[in-house]
Write a protein that binds this ligand. Structure first.
Ligand SMILES: [Zn+2]
Length: 422
């Protein structure tokens, strides 16, 4: 992609009302565009990140047997009456059609998925079942804030599992827990698994996944060596204690919640009468688990956790592009021709090799180009200038590192391939 062809533009200053780092950099770099409070459009660079995050989530959930479906955002009021949640979920978005019929815009999908899956379950042989979707959700927040961390409209992966026995539910619950850790680690994040107090509708147990970052809203006591953590308000441990898992040291850190998993027991299956014939011929009620990851929130969390004062530092796994080429122009006509020719041929070579590359081919000042490369945060910056060409080289600068070095032109392609794999 050539930056000159991208319809979006970066802005020099962050928007005045950007209250968080993710809002500041994502808006300034035009990854997203705010349409109203808590509602965003995803622009080309941001959508590439979101799609990669979603791709990782999909791979890991498919790998534990999740079957992908897509349910409607528009949900009938009757289903919410059946579970008694029409009047108890305070953020439920309620809308009325011109015939006076009432609907909810789903913040979650138990009210749809439970009768849906239930309609296919006859006997214990039909269980377990795990279905998930990656879909847009709605919350009628009084005050939307924190950039894309807490929106009125947001992306989510929600997985629901159905089981014949408590043992089977707990077995699958553990599989999901491990898959979640893999998802967040693949997104470049330091994630902790916190035993949670239970949320509003859990009878048995739940866990939340917290990404460690100074920008976090929650205070947790976390192991510095493994994923163990506890909510600092309900923990029986104190700072400096040994981790019960691995013997590491527990410290107080701040976290952003990026996912949660719940044992739902029979709350929803009883409401919708999802029953099956057990092995002994008796009729029994299904057990359920539900498992959420905010996909758009996850993108915001990556920015909160991985940035410096100049911009975002995308991990390779979710970066919009891997390589950001910058050519610095020369006033000398022959030198300028050489710079352009070298840059163009490098750009074409990388594209031919399937390497995701963006080229800042704009007629802009060196300062502007370098500031934008830092703001946009691709993992590797390659700079071509009169100075580097004098050494038959390019300047090599990983975004996450402080120092730049020269790499010979003939070695560049191979080194980039190694860098991306590494
Ligand atoms: Zn530990």
């Amino acid at each position: 992609m050539k930056l000159s062809k991208l319809f979006t533009k970066t802005s020099k200053m962050p928007p005045h009302d950007a209250d968080t780092t993710n809002a500041k950099f994502l808006l300034q770099g035009s990854f997203v565009h705010q349409e109203m409070a808590g509602v965003y459009s995803w622009l080309p660079l941001g959508l590439r990140v979101l799609n990669k995050v979603v791709g990782i989530v999909r791979e890991e959930i498919d790998a534990i047997g999740g079957q992908e479906i897509l349910m409607p955002a528009l949900q009938p009021k009757e289903n919410w009456d059946t579970t008694g949640r029409w009047n108890t979920v305070d953020v439920l978005f309620k809308i009325k059609s011109q015939t006076g019929k009432e609907y909810a815009l789903g913040p979650t999908h138990e009210e749809i998925v439970t009768p849906l899956v239930g309609s296919f379950i006859r006997s214990y042989k039909d269980l377990p079942v795990a279905v998930y979707q990656i879909q847009t959700k709605y919350r009628d927040e009084l005050r939307a804030k924190s950039g894309i961390l807490r929106g009125r409209e947001f992306g989510m992966k929600d997985l629901y599992s159905f089981h014949a026995t408590q043992e089977d539910l707990e077995r699958y619950y553990q599989e999901v827990l491990q898959a979640y850790v893999r998802i967040f680690q693949r997104c470049g994040l330091d994630v902790k698994v916190v035993e949670a107090s239970g949320g509003s509708f859990t009878k048995k147990f739940s866990h939340e996944f917290q990404v460690v970052t100074p920008a976090g809203e929650d205070v947790i006591l976390a192991c510095s060596a493994c994923t163990f953590a506890q909510n600092s308000e309900i923990t029986t441990f104190k700072e400096g204690d040994k981790c019960p898992n691995c013997g590491g040291i527990l410290t107080i850190v701040k976290g952003i919640e990026v996912g949660n998993i719940f044992d739902l027991n029979k709350k929803f299956s009883e409401a919708f009468k999802v029953e099956f014939t057990a092995e002994d011929g008796s009729r029994q009620t299904c057990l359920m688990g539900c498992y959420g990851i905010g996909t758009t929130r996850l993108v915001g969390t990556i920015v909160e956790a991985l940035h410096d004062e100049r911009g975002i530092i995308w991990p390779k796994s979710v970066a919009p592009y891997h390589v950001h080429i910058v050519n610095l122009n020369s006033k000398d006509e022959a030198t300028q021709a050489k710079i352009l020719e070298t840059t163009l041929s490098l750009y074409e070579d990388l594209k031919k090799e399937g390497i995701e590359v963006i080229w800042d081919d704009r007629d802009a000042s060196p300062g502007e180009k370098l500031a934008d490369a830092d703001l946009l945060g691709m993992p590797l910056r390659i700079l071509v200038s009169e100075k580097t060409l004098r050494e038959d080289s390019i300047e090599w600068k990983p975004r996450a590192e402080k120092d730049a070095r020269l790499v010979r032109l003939r070695d560049v392609l191979e080194e980039i391939q190694t860098f991306i794999k590494g």
